[in-house]
Design a protein around this ligand. Structure first.
Ligand code: DX5
Ligand code: ZN
Length: 219
């Protein structure tokens, strides 16, 4: 089944713990945590202390998306906070191989992400040591943007690469994902659908999550 990872960026931050519990109760597979440093992207969100504070409320898989420069510096802090997977950007400053090594060294799943304008060839070298490729389908930094359809061929390209290598690789997509765009991405080879605004605007996101889980080819 396709996994659904609601992005907590669209949650009501004044009730972040309750929102996390709501996501888990709705049947989400993962909870997506968008960390922004005001440098890699213009926005600033939250860091390890906030993640640690909500970690005790739920055992759901914490899918941390680090939109930060030199992510290797912070791997231990996010691991200590209770993240299950840490995804770093291939465009970020610093040694991305070192970041992946540190994530794997802590026994966590490692992901590598690429921006809409970055070709798939740029992340391929990192994927041998990773568990997931995160294909951004909007420019990172803000929720509620429109899906960029031109990114879809990169999903197929990465999936074909993984198939040729016989590698089990999750591919997640993030940005402007709703029932329609999520289906397009799952059909192209995505196995994890990240969505903020399209799920959080619903009073009950569980029927939508149940529907998305039936999309597309899966691992
Ligand atoms: C954007 C974040 C996304 C964001 C998606 O930089 O990485 O996870 O929350 O929000 P929607 O689904 O509203 O595009
Ligand atoms: Zn994200």
């Amino acid at each position: 089944m396709t996994k659904v990872s609601p992005s907590m960026l669209s949650a009501d931050f004044s009730r972040l713990g309750e929102e996390l519990v709501r996501v888990e109760a709705a049947g989400a597979d993962w909870a997506h945590l968008d960390v922004m440093d005001g440098m890699f992207v213009p926005n600033i969100t939250f860091g390890p202390p906030i993640i640690k504070s909500i970690r005790r409320l739920s055992r759901i898989f914490f899918d941390a998306h680090l939109m930060i420069e030199d992510p290797a510096r912070y791997v231990n802090a996010f691991a200590d906070a209770g993240c299950d997977m840490i995804t770093v950007h291939c465009e970020a400053d610093g040694d991305i191989y070192e970041a992946i090594d540190r994530i794997k060294g802590r026994g966590l799943k490692a992901g590598v992400s690429l921006n809409p304008e970055t070709p798939a060839s740029k992340i391929i070298p990192y994927l041998d040591g990773a568990d997931l490729a995160l294909v951004m389908t909007v420019h990172p930094g803000f929720g509620g943007q429109s899906f960029i359809g031109e990114c879809v061929p990169k999903i197929s390209e990465i999936r074909e690469w993984a198939d040729r290598k016989g590698k089990k690789l999750e591919i997640s997509v993030d940005g402007g994902i709703n029932a329609d765009t999520g289906k397009v991405c799952a059909d192209a080879g995505a196995t994890v659908l990240v969505a903020g605004s399209s799920l959080f605007r619903l009073n009950d996101m569980s029927p939508e999550i149940a529907k998305w889980k039936l999309y597309g080819p899966t691992l």
